[in-house]
Design a protein around this ligand. Sequence first.
Ligand SMILES: C[S@@+](CC[C@H](N)C(=O)[O-])C[C@H]1O[C@@H](n2cnc3c(N)ncnc32)[C@H](O)[C@@H]1O
Length: 233
Amino acid sequence: MQNVAYLFNSPKEYAMNVVDLPEVATAYDKVGVYDQDAINGFSEQMLTTMLDIVNPGHASTILDAMAGNGNLTLRLYDYCERRGLFPPDIAVLEYSRVQCELAKEQLADTPAKVIWGDILTMEDYENEELLPESVFDRVMLKSGNHEIPLINQLDLYNSIFRVLKPEGIFVNLGFLFDDVEERDQFREIARCKDSLADMHSAVKNRHFLTRDELYTHVSNHGVNSLKINKLIS
Ligand SMILES: C[S@@+](CC[C@H](N)C(=O)[O-])C[C@H]1O[C@@H](n2cnc3c(N)ncnc32)[C@H](O)[C@@H]1O
């Protein structure tokens, strides 16, 4: 099992698919306050490396997608302040209303815009509008893609590349498995844990990707460069 950060550059080729909203977010309404990085074992160094790759000094607009309580965005502001960088405009997209409220609270002293919406459609539910295409220099995703069911995984990347500028960069930190058997075992453990925690939608929806699955999905997007930093293994 590996935690990895990816960099994808993509041309503006995409297909917009509108899909049914998964029930997965209800699990995060239930979870409430928690520390995702501690659960995943993401170290300070790993998170800083992710932000080095995001390179906010060279971006004017960033989307923190599936952002939970906005912890990555908060970290990004801190990263910029410590380095004397002017922070980019940041939008925080999250489907769970509870997590949105936590993000609003946590980011209250920042200019970040918290959007209650769905990454699969990029719909802003409050304004009932889709986020425009080609607006972000970066899309950051931390510990997010495994929440999306296999059937919607392609929609996830379609949606991300739709809102990325043609020269934009998608930076992903999450789980990736080389071995199918290991992935399946991990999936079973997660399913058992989620079921004990009453996170029934997560029991049903979660899909942990193998490297082959991920590469197949992103290669459908005309991705023209793929850089992988193995951070731990
Ligand atoms: C494992 S948490 C990670 C949160 C945050 N990125 C972090 O690292 O702390 C996954 C988050 O994705 C959100 N989520 C699930 N499905 C979503 C969807 N379709 N659109 C937007 N957010 C979604 C969940 O509500 C949850 O907050």
